[in-house]
Design a protein around this ligand. Structure first.
Ligand code: 9MR
Length: 604
């Protein structure tokens, strides 16, 4: 097993405390204290080599690297430069490939022209740089079969490091904190809750922190668990050797023989089970009534409350747990039965309450994110389809035939906290005993969507299929969610282009984009160094494997809002690598999920 070595200790970041999501954060970004760290040293030595070799950041590569045997491309942004490029082996200095750049294509989202370089001719494992005549050199990148192994491990392991309620002592990253939110074992019901008395404390301890904040929310949890478990179900071989190095004291000896990913996801599922009410519905979230400053988990000692309930969240819960009920059978049958019973209880609640409902009280969003959504049809459809797939019971087929039939038509949405629709299509398309006509429709919708994603990628300068209006909060996740749809469609109707274009989306996320940065901490050469992440800021540790929000043309925090107003950057450039920019530079569990999915799906 390969251990990551680069990021053993941390980049310490001394940032002003007190900045919080959704409320006014200071516009002035305080100076960060540069501390000598392995990252800083690495950067320095890299810079020295770069200078010598005339690094030019107009040359965009997947900075993690490429897999031999694929159609591998690099890009040159902007005007000027020769027509010839060379691929140079950094070990020998030899040119291993010489080629011509393509004609420029205008990329509107990036606001620049882009030319392509086809590297596919290089198939020998090694480390390379690209030289473009009259321009300079690219960052070094690897070509190797196992090139994404480390990032796959790190993005999956980030969940382990985001566990709440437990002390973390991680020898791999140096992350260390006493563990916090012990008060979650005695959470109170929101005193304003409309139809339930706030009497006894409720144990909702455990689970993963959602993001750079300390809230724990049911809908990002459900979509994340669903995507991780579905990826395990579809690509079990990718997880066979995935070792998460779960720190001592956190690993459960009873699960020693399980694939690590299932051990990790169980930690979240155990928390989700606690979020279910006796009537089968599921609370919306757990948080304080004030945004914590940039403090450690154990320093956030405010009381925590269970807020809200939604039918969309209850449906997502049912869908996610229905997948889990299949996946855990070979490892722990009793647990799988418990998960199924819980999913069914959620489903029964939904059937007793056919109208959408989102409970929201006055103080609900005072200290945590909203995750608000008024409709629930797509999520109800997913729950019923997933339960049909898990149980084979005809009553779910009937339900899909009648009440939910309209959902199986006309639309595909990217998978995320705000939509379970496409998970519903996939479940229906793959469930035995599904109503035939709807099954055919669900299948066709996903296959057609894949075709249009392929077409958009092919027409785009960076081969990124994201549409201009999709450069929203969490755009980096949106991009990987498109790659995920391609891989789901590929399960239904394999097409070479699906995998190839999914890879193109990965290349973008890992550095082959207009800003020349990866959107994953610890990955590549230029990476998010200052994510909005309370644990990183307060402990000084650098946690690798976190997908950040990425470019966001609509803004949502004062820092990016000001840039948008003053500089009006093109959508793909609306990003700030500063702690304060929580709408472009925060991580969340559901941002990592499609990247884990895609890396598992692309692993051979
Ligand atoms: O990921 C969420 C994004 O889709 C929304 O547009 C945004 C604003 O409502 O909220 C994001 O989720 C945040 C959540 O509300 C609180 N925890 C941090 C999440 C990531 O920024």
């Amino acid at each position: 097993m390969r251990l990551p070595m680069l990021l053993v200790a941390a980049a310490a970041l001394a940032i002003a405390a007190g900045c919080s999501d959704d409320e006014a954060a200071p516009v002035e970004v305080e100076a960060e204290t540069a501390v000598e760290t392995p990252i800083a040293e690495l950067q320095e030595s890299e810079d020295a080599i770069m200078n010598e070799m005339e690094l030019n950041d107009r040359i965009k590569v997947n900075q993690v690297g490429y897999v031999p045997g694929e159609t591998n491309r690099a890009m040159l942004a902007g005007e000027g430069g020769g027509d010839v490029f060379r691929v140079i082996d950094t070990a020998t200095g030899e040119t291993v490939l010489e080629g011509e750049l393509s004609q420029p294509v205008m990329d509107e989202d990036a606001g620049e022209t882009v030319r392509e370089m086809d590297l596919s001719g290089v198939t020998k494992f090694g480390e390379y740089r690209i030289e473009v005549e009259e321009v300079g050199y690219s960052h070094p990148f690897r070509i190797a079969a196992d090139v994404y192994e480390r990032v796959f491990m790190e993005v999956t392991r980030s969940y382990t490091l985001g566990r709440s309620g437990v002390a973390i002592e991680d020898p791999v990253t140096g992350l260390s904190h006493p563990g916090g939110h012990r008060q979650d074992a005695e959470a109170r019901l929101d005193p304003d809750f409309p139809d339930q008395a706030a009497d006894e404390p409720i144990d909702v301890s455990g689970g993963w922190y959602d993001a750079g904040d300390y809230g724990k929310y049911i809908t990002p949890a459900a979509t994340t668990v669903a995507q991780l478990l579905l990826s395990y179900e579809l690509y079990p071989e990718a997880y066979q050797s995935l070792e998460l190095h779960i720190p001592e004291g956190l690993a459960d000896p009873a699960q020693a023989a399980w694939p690590d990913v299932l051990e990790e996801v169980k930690f979240e599922l155990d928390w989700m089970l606690k979020m279910q009410r006796e009537d089968g519905a599921v609370y919306h979230k757990l948080s304080g009534m004030q945004w914590p400053g940039m403090i450690r988990p154990d320093q956030d000692t405010q009381p925590r409350y269970l807020f809200g309930m939604s039918t969309y969240g209850t449906a997502m819960y049912a869908g996610a747990l229905a997948i889990a009920a299949r996946v855990y059978v070979p490892f722990d049958e009793a647990y799988a039965s418990e998960l199924l019973a819980s999913a069914e209880a959620a489903q029964q609640y939904l059937e007793r309450h056919p109208d959408p409902r989102f409970v929201k009280t006055a103080r609900q969003d005072a200290g945590s994110g909203g995750y608000e959504k008024s409709g629930d049809r797509g999520e109800r459809y997913w729950a019923a389809a997933e339960l049909l797939k898990t149980t084979g019971e005809a009553r779910y087929a009937e339900l899909l035939e009648t009440m939910l039939a309209t959902q199986a038509a006309g639309q595909v949405e990217t998978i995320g906290w705000a939509s379970g629709l496409s998970l519903g299509h996939f479940a229906l398309a793959t469930a035995a005993g599904a109503p035939e006509q709807h099954q055919a429709t669900a299948r066709r919708l996903l296959v057609e969507e894949a075709r249009s994603i392929v077409a958009r990628s092919e027409a785009d300068g960076y081969r990124y299929a994201l549409q201009s209006e999709q450069y929203t909060w969490a755009s980096a996740k949106n991009g990987m969610a498109l790659a995920q749809l391609l891989l789901l469609a590929d399960q239904l109707e394999p097409q070479t282009a699906n995998r190839a274009v999914a890879l193109e989306q990965l290349h973008y996320t890992l550095g082959r984009n207009t800003l020349g940065t990866t959107y994953v901490t610890g990955a590549g050469h230029v990476m998010p160094r200052n994510p909005h992440h309370r644990i990183m800021v307060s402990t000084g540790a650098y946690v690798p494997g976190l997908v950040v929000g990425g470019p966001n043309r609509y803004g949502g925090d004062p820092a990016i809002d000001r840039v948008l107003q003053e500089q009006a950057p093109p959508p793909a450039k609306a990003y700030l690598d500063i702690v304060d920019s929580y709408s472009t530079n925060e991580y969340a569990i559901d941002y990592n999920a499609p990247l884990v999915f895609v890396l598992a799906g692309l692993a051979r």
